[in-house]
Unconditional design. Structure first.
Length: 455
């Protein structure tokens, strides 16, 4: 067999799923011209280390070439020997290397001999697959082929080469900001008293929460706009505490509500249930609905705490009816004669407790008499009540007789003086005074208003 120039084949692109082919046209006797050698080169992948701080990874592609050598011309029915050389010129190993060789059905591959790897030939003998598991850097492997043409038509030797794709793997740090909010403080408070509460906002995520803000809902929620406190950037794992001072203005159950927000739609809410305790003092007063002028009237004042908290510094005041006079009062009351008042003081009155006080007045003014009772306590607590008494004026006659002192001789005149007084508030009309004398005593003259003497 005459010496012929070699045919070099270099894959332009390499990839396991993208096999590129190189075809060499080998002329038989009927076509006595030589085809020119075909040579292709792949572009070297960038392997230099990147200076970009944002670079995630840099991987270098293996550089693999495949070269075919053998005669350009061959004769029908005569075998010709060819050789394929696969070389790795890069610094990375080439994995899963596959070389596929195919011929038209006018020729056959009569024999193959690889230096490494495995051969999988087709039943017709015109195609094969040469598989090499790994081709290390700066190494090469060879495949010897023997081709026998059966027709004088030009013979196209088709060679395809592919390698496993070079993979690059890195872990990306995915950050997520989160917000958690908690309200701490007393669960029971007194109405009107100040209490300090702590709002704790934290970021349990692994990324910063930017422009974090705490919104405190008004009490009650439908009154006014929320109060805001800007936190700023809350780093991952960071916690900040905001203290607030609250004053409950009404008793009963109350919910403190707060909301934390940050950029990116991050938000969370928190609530704190509080029972607002409040005393409620009341006074009831009872007295006689009717009384006569000059007679005493007794009034009873019942003070009760109907709330759910102890009332502090309780003061009870009874304003006596105009013109009346305080005759007596219970529980060491302080009597103010000038202003007509009786006052009692208690340091405290527990929830549900009550206290009874009494005051006795000497009624002097006829008509409607009014006693007003008022109870006050800390927290601007106040309650009043009134008792009315209709005072009736009456005549009140008093009869006094002044008789002679000592013994009176028989037959001597003696003077008896009869005095009638009206100490009431009403005139006495139709007053008759009758004097009776015992046997042996005879009246014979009188002085004063119209009178008569009968025997």
């Amino acid at each position: 067999m005459a010496d012929e120039p070699e045919l070099a084949m270099v894959p332009d692109k390499l990839g396991r799923d993208d096999l590129e082919s190189e075809s060499a046209v080998v002329a038989g006797p009927a076509r006595p011209h030589a085809s020119k050698p075909v040579k292709t080169e792949n572009k070297r992948a960038a392997s230099d280390e990147s200076g970009d701080p944002k670079s995630l990874f840099v991987r270098t592609m293996p550089k693999v070439t495949i070269q075919g050598t053998g005669p350009h011309r061959l004769s029908v029915g005569q075998p010709a020997d060819y050789k394929l050389v696969v070389a790795n010129h890069g610094d990375q190993p080439a994995s899963d290397l596959v070389v596929m060789v195919s011929l038209p059905d006018t020729a056959e591959l009569s024999s193959t001999r690889p230096s490494a790897g495995t051969i999988d030939a087709s039943p017709g003998g015109c195609a094969l697959q040469w598989a090499i598991l790994t081709l290390p850097p700066s190494k090469h492997e060879e495949l010897a082929l023997r081709i026998v043409p059966h027709d004088s038509a030009a013979l196209a030797l088709d060679v395809r080469c592919g390698i496993a794709a070079v993979s690059a793997k890195t872990t990306l740090d995915v950050q997520e900001a989160k917000l958690a909010l908690q309200i701490d403080g007393a669960v029971e408070v007194l109405c009107g008293e100040k209490e300090i509460y702590r709002l704790t906002v934290s970021n349990p995520g692994n990324g910063p929460a930017e422009n974090a803000v705490i919104h405190l809902m008004p009490l009650p929620p439908d009154e006014g706009a929320p109060a805001t406190h800007r936190i700023g950037t809350l780093a991952a794992g960071e916690t900040k505490v905001v203290e607030i001072e609250l004053v409950a203005r009404q008793g009963g159950p109350l919910t403190i509500q707060a909301r934390a927000t940050a950029d990116g739609g991050i938000h969370t809410t928190a609530g704190h249930e509080v029972a607002v305790r409040q005393p409620a003092v009341q006074v009831e007063v009872a007295g006689p609905p009717r009384q006569y002028a000059g007679a005493p009237a007794t009034y009873r004042l019942r003070v009760r705490n109907s709330g759910d908290a102890t009332a502090r510094r309780v003061k009870v005041t009874a304003v006596l009816p105009e013109g009346s006079e305080c005759a007596a009062a219970s529980h060491d009351a302080k009597i103010d004669i000038k202003h007509g008042r009786a006052t009692w003081s208690l340091s405290s009155l527990p929830a549900g407790a009550e206290q009874l006080f009494t005051v006795k007045c000497l009624m002097k003014s006829p008509g409607e008499n009014r006693l007003e009772a008022t109870v006050t306590a800390d927290g601007n607590l106040k309650h009043s009540n009134v008792a009315l008494t209709d005072v009736t004026a009456v005549a009140d006659l008093v009869l006094d007789v002044v008789d002679p002192s000592g013994a009176v001789p028989i037959g001597q005149d003696s003077v008896y003086e009869v005095r009638v007084r009206n100490r009431g508030d009403r005139a006495a009309e139709g007053v008759d005074v009758t004097a009776f004398f015992s046997n042996g005593v005879e009246p014979f003259s009188t002085d004063g208003p119209a009178h008569s003497i009968s025997s």
